[in-house]
Design a protein around this ligand. Structure first.
Ligand code: SAH
Length: 353
């Protein structure tokens, strides 16, 4: 059972919002388990003090290392392999990928800071991993823990209904989600987009995909830049092939030689047929010429698994993207392909080109 243990000086805050709705139902049906332990019970003095003034001076108070360490030790079960997370604005920004990984695991220990922060030494001594829920400052870690636990619990098997399919949501594919509509068909003069009412599932899917891409491009250039773009990794894993407007190879990088096998010197001056598999040539040249001529390349800026004819005669798909190069007048003067080794690619699944 997915097991969340929270360390806080406000245990009465829990389960709070996590006791309602989907998470709350899953809590009562035993899909997951939540314990909130009061850090204060591990204080030793009469006033049950958990904080003290900062060494070196300055404002606020600091949560004491010794008290918190005792609370952590008491909360962990023998051989507890759960990650120990400290809610902290200094932490690694939380992502859906991390949430998914946590939800797949056994649960976690959530340490909620208060005051100015917690003594650095307990972070080191207990191997706490700092996680931030955003670039803003909360007054305590509890609300951050609510967010993180909620995000994990809704992914546990059986918690969400089929309708709330996690696979299509924001971030799951590295994109924001497409917009939603429901009845009435016209609201204050605004109609539901026609395509959604037509019942053509392929068109609906394409519409949603393009809306998700548009929204991500407009609102989150940071996500968009990462989306489907092969993470570059070490520079010698990627291959770059540059061709002029006639499709003659002008540059064949060392990575291209490594990935595709062709000798760089011999490749330069040949047409792209060197690396375009015979079955694709007709399509390739049609697309290439159209892109050069009218400047609306269909494949531009979309990452895909691109088939390459390698030197040994085999055809292998490599994650990559094609970019058309333009001069100042907007005229296409050539094209560039950038490819990664398959094992160097770590992004979302790519479509075949
Ligand atoms: N002085 C600290 C902020 C302390 S806020 C600083 O400037 O970094 C008090 C507690 O709230 C923190 O110890 C942490 O547990 C929690 N907290 C505040 N903002 C947070 C955030 N963005 N993500 C996760 N936890 C946060």
């Amino acid at each position: 059972m997915w097991h969340a243990t929270v360390l806080t000086i406000f245990p009465d805050m829990f389960p709070g919002p996590l006791g309602q709705s989907l998470a709350g139902k899953a809590l009562t049906t035993g899909v997951w388990r939540l314990e909130a332990h009061d850090i204060r019970t591990h204080a030793t003095d009469r006033h049950r003090t958990v904080d003290d003034t900062p060494a070196g001076g300055g404002p606020g108070m600091v949560m004491k290392a010794d008290v918190l360490a005792r609370a952590i030790d008491a909360a962990l079960t023998p051989n507890d392999e759960r990650p120990r997370l400290l809610m902290s604005p200094r932490g690694t920004p939380l992502t859906q990928a991390r949430v998914e990984a946590l939800a797949r695991g056994p649960g976690a220990l959530f340490v909620c800071g208060r005051f100015e922060g917690i003594d650095e030494r307990v972070i080191e001594a207990r191997g706490l991993e700092e996680i931030s829920v955003g670039d803003y400052v909360l007054s305590g870690g509890e609300i951050a823990a609510f967010s993180l636990i909620d995000a994990c619990v809704r992914l546990l098997p059986g918690v969400m209904g089929k309708e709330a399919s996690a696979a299509e949501e924001s971030f799951a594919q590295g994109l924001l989600e497409y917009p939603h509509y429901t009845r009435p068909q016209v609201f204050e003069g605004r109609a539901i987009p026609d395509v959604l009412l037509g019942g053509d599932h392929a068109r609906i899917k394409a519409f949603r995909q393009s809306e998700a891409e548009r929204l991500t491009r407009e609102r989150r250039p940071d996500l968009w830049a990462r989306h489907g773009s092969p993470s570059m990794g070490s520079t010698d894993t990627h291959a770059i092939v540059l061709a002029d407007a006639d499709g003659i190879i002008r540059l064949f990088s060392p990575g291209a030689k490594r990935l595709f096998g062709h000798d760089a010197k011999a490749a330069i001056g040949q047409t792209l047929d060197l690396i375009v598999p015979p079955d694709y040539r007709e399509r390739h040249w049609q697309g290439f010429r159209a892109a050069i001529a009218n400047g609306s390349p269909k494949y531009e800026d979309a990452a895909a698994n691109i088939p390459i004819l390698c030197r040994d005669g085999t055809v292998t798909r490599f994650p990559g993207r094609l970019v058309f190069l333009r001069n100042a007048g907007g005229r296409a003067v050539g094209a560039m392909g950038i490819f990664l080794a398959n094992d160097a690619y770590s992004g979302p699944p790519l479509p075949d080109l």
